[in-house]
Every structure is written in structure tokens, then in C-alpha cells.
Design a protein around this ligand. Structure first.
Ligand code: KG4
Ligand code: ZN
Length: 343
């Protein structure tokens, strides 16, 4: 078993590095670019790449301190994500591995989100299990059959859940990133709120969030033709949006458990940090009698610790990568975590 792994994550707007030793995180650093992009209301890929270049070396050096002689495997996110950012982390990791004569692996970003629970010493679930993967770019439900093998059960047809939070926050003038902004605004609202639609509740494990954004926009303009809402209206509609997204996600996660007959659920991705969603899942787990694991919030949003966890699985099952592997902006997880055998 590989005892010491350095992992780098640069697929979006976080430059992150982590050091895994004997399966536990001993150091991790996340440099977030939120301030850089907030003026634009979303991630500007060119600015993101440049900022990754500026920070990747220091971020890696930081976690390597004291472990330079112990590190045995170098990992970086290979995709999916913004190509410019991916190239920065991947190339840094390849260069470091080459210079040190160490093996290198390119890791699937979503495999990282799925593997994040393994970082927690108290995590005691074994596959098979369901993972609700809810991030800014993806909203998908996977059946994890074994670590390193997953089936895609369903997902969004259009916007991801995180995108719905981000676009909703922009419409409400609440800023970026939208998820925490909506959660904070919604928490300030007391009493009933406008009910927004719960799209595709009866369509198996398919989801759609773009109509929700349209419904929110219509409601904003119905209240004020110039979309200038007061704070009470902003917080009320933030609560409306959040509860619609949470309801759909909880409903779909429960449907996936019923469809497969599995009774274990984990969640991953930035939206998994949402407080009301976590509470609603806990209630559902209690009512429907399934086991639920909620990863610590710092391992839900993008981080390199989860990439190290996925790298350990990747290296154990498939070995090292060659130094000529390219970054992949698009890359279905099932290509990487393909089912090896029926059981
Ligand atoms: O996994 P992640 O950090 O990056 C991607 O791989 O996309 O997810 C980012 C997404 C953003 O859309 C952000 O608004 C959302 O996660 N997010 C949240 C919360 N924290 C982050 N959404 C709802 N509630 C939160 N507390
Ligand atoms: Zn992510």
C-alpha cells in the first residue's frame, strides 16, 4: 500500500493540495479564487488559470513540508473541469513526479467527490451504496458497487443543482458563490414562502433545474418590473429556491435507494455542504430507515484531500499513469470507475 500521497486539485476556482499519510490527511491547503471572480458573478476561466499558475507551487510546498522524503505517489485532477486550470495542476504534478522519480496518477474529479468519505476515520460504510453527487457542474446519482466501480443511475438534464443556486443568487442580487449566499439569506427568512415548482418529481431519477430558475425570474419580475426586491423579498425567495432544490434532491436520493434496494447513502460536491439539505436528509434517513453519511463540509466543496483518496484507489486498481496523458475537460466518470465484473 502506498503510504504517502501528494494530491493537487486545480479543476475550477480552488488551488488545493493535500498530503495523505497512511490513509489520513496530515496537511491540506485550499487557496480559493472567490474574490477574483466575485466581481464577474462567476468563474472567468482565463483568470482562474493564471491564478492557479501563481499559487500551485506554494500550495504544494506548504503541504509537503516535513514529508518531502516520505512522499511516494503524486496525483493531480485530470478532469473534468476548466481545461486551463487542469493543465496547470496536471503539469505541476507531472513535473514534480518526474523530477523526483516518483509515480504519477491523473485523477477523475468526480471520483474524488465520491471517495471523500474514505478520509474520515469514522466512516464505516461498505459498498454497495448510493452517492448523490451535487456540485456546480454536476448533479448525478451513482450506485457505488465497489470502490473504483460505479453505475450512473440518473442526473440532471440541464442545470446542475449548484448552478441553480448560483444563477438564483445572481437573479436575487445575492452575489457569488450562490450556494452559501442563498443559504445565508434563506436563514434570515421567517414564516411561509412562495412555493416554486419541484421539477420532474415523477420522472424516475432524472432531474431538471433550469425551469426553477425561470420560475424564480418570473416571480422576481412579477413583484417588481425592475427586479429591485427589498431584503424581505430577497430572503423569502432565497428560502423558496433552496427548499425547492432540497425537496427535489431528497426525493431523488430516496427514489435511488428504493430503485436499487440499497440502504446506504452518501453525498458529495459543493451543494452537499448545504445545511438545510443535510438536515432534510437526516430526517429522511430516520423516517425511511437508511444509513446516511454526511462528509465534513470542507471535503464537500472542492479540495485536494478527496483527490488523494481517489488517487489511492486509482493507483491500487490501475497503477501509475504515463507522463503523456492529457487533461480532459469532459470525461464521464463511468469511463474511469467502470464496472469490472457483475456480481
Ligand atoms: O464541488 P464544488 O466545490 O465545485 C464543482 O466541482 O463544481 O461545488 C461548487 C458548487 C457551487 O455551485 C456552490 O454554489 C455550491 O457548490 N455550494 C453550495 C453551498 N456551498 C457551495 N450550495 C448550496 N449550499 C451551500 N452551502
Ligand atoms: Zn467539485
Amino acid at each position: 500500500m502506498t503510504r504517502c500521497i501528494l494530491a493537487v486539485e486545480t479543476s475550477c476556482d480552488e488551488t488545493a493540495a493535500a498530503l495523505l499519510f497512511d490513509g489520513r490527511i496530515v496537511a491540506e491547503t485550499v487557496h480559493t479564487q472567490t474574490d477574483l471572480h466575485s466581481y464577474y458573478g462567476g468563474v472567468v476561466p482565463e483568470l482562474a488559470s493564471r491564478d492557479h499558475v501563481a499559487h500551485v507551487g506554494a500550495v504544494c510546498q506548504n503541504v509537503l513540508t516535513g514529508y518531502e522524503d516520505k512522499v511516494e505517489l503524486i496525483a493531480a485532477t485530470r478532469g473534468p473541469g476548466l481545461i486551463g486550470g487542469l493543465l496547470v495542476g496536471l503539469q505541476w504534478a507531472k513535473g514534480y513526479a518526474f523530477g523526483r522519480g516518483l509515480p504519477f496518477v491523473g485523477v477523475h474529479h468526480l471520483a474524488g467527490h465520491l471517495a471523500a468519505p474514505l478520509l474520515d476515520p469514522d466512516f464505516d460504510m461498505d459498498p454497495p451504496m448510493i452517492c448523490l453527487l451535487i456540485s456546480g457542474g454536476h448533479t448525478q446519482i451513482y450506485a457505488i458497487e465497489r470502490w473504483g466501480e460505479a453505475r450512473l443511475l440518473g442526473g440532471t438534464r440541464d442545470d446542475a443543482a449548484g448552478e441553480a443556486f448560483d444563477k438564483g443568487a445572481r437573479l436575487l442580487g445575492l452575489g457569488y458563490p450562490g450556494g452559501p449566499a442563498i443559504q445565508n439569506a434563506a436563514a434570515m427568512h421567517q414564516g411561509p414562502h412562495k412555493q416554486l415548482p419541484r421539477p420532474m418529481l415523477k420522472r424516475g431519477l432524472e432531474m431538471s433545474f433550469s425551469g426553477l430558475k425561470t420560475a424564480l425570474r418570473d416571480e422576481i419580475y412579477r413583484r417588481d418590473v425592475n427586479a429591485q426586491l427589498d431584503t424581505d423579498q430577497q430572503t423569502e425567495l432565497a428560502a423558496s429556491l433552496q427548499s425547492a432544490i432540497v425537496d427535489v434532491l431528497v426525493h431523488k436520493a430516496c427514489a435511488a435507494l428504493k430503485e436499487t434496494g440499497y440502504n446506504r447513502l452518501t453525498i458529495g460536491g459543493g451543494v452537499a455542504a448545504n445545511g438545510p439539505l443535510r438536515e432534510a436528509l437526516q430526517t429522511a434517513a430516520h423516517q425511511e430507515n437508511f444509513s446516511l453519511y454526511l462528509p465534513p463540509k470542507k471535503w464537500c466543496t472542492d479540495n485536494a484531500a478527496m483527490i488523494a483518496a481517489a488517487a489511492a484507489i486509482r493507483y491500487q486498481t490501475k497503477g501509475a499513469d504515463a507522463f503523456d496523458i492529457p487533461a480532459k475537460a469532459r470525461w464521464p466518470l463511468v469511463e474511469e470507475w467502470a464496472i469490472q465484473s457483475a456480481n
